[in-house]
Write a protein that binds this ligand. Sequence first.
Ligand code: THU
Length: 136
Amino acid sequence: MDADKLFELANQAATKSYSPYSRFRVGAALLCEDGSVVTGANIENRSFGLTICAERSAIVSALSQGKTRFSALAIACPDASYPVSPCGACRQFLSEFVAPDFPVRFGGATGGVVDTTMGTLMPFDALHELSTHDAD
Ligand code: THU
C-alpha cells in the first residue's frame, strides 16, 4: 500500500476520534507486515491525563490482535493547518515495536505532509538494549 492511501486511512480514522475537550481530531493508520491496516484515533477523558493518542490507540489495537510487525505509520490531523508530529510519549511507545528506519508520515488538513523515520523522530534512543521486541 502506498503512503498516500495509508494517509487517507488515517484521515478516515480521525472521524472516530473522541475529543470533546480539545476538539482536535487525530487519526493513525498502521500498516502491518501482513498487509493489513490497523487504525486508531485519539480518545480523551474528562480526567484529561488519561487521554490516549491516536498513535498509541493504533499500536495497542494491532498488538492486541496479535499483529506485532509493522511496515509504516501515517498520522492525520484534520483540524490542523500544519503537519502535527507524534508527541514524545508516542515516540517512546512506538520505538518499542519498530526499527529506526521505520517510515512515518504525518500531516494536517493543509500544509503538506512530512515523511520521516522513527530514528529521526527519536535520535539518541535510550534503553534499546532492554527491548525484547524483534523489530528487524
Ligand atoms: N494527539 C494525538 O492523538 N496524537 C498526536 O500526535 C498529538 C496529540 C491528541 C491528544 C489530544 O486528544 C489532542 O490530540 C490534543 O492534544
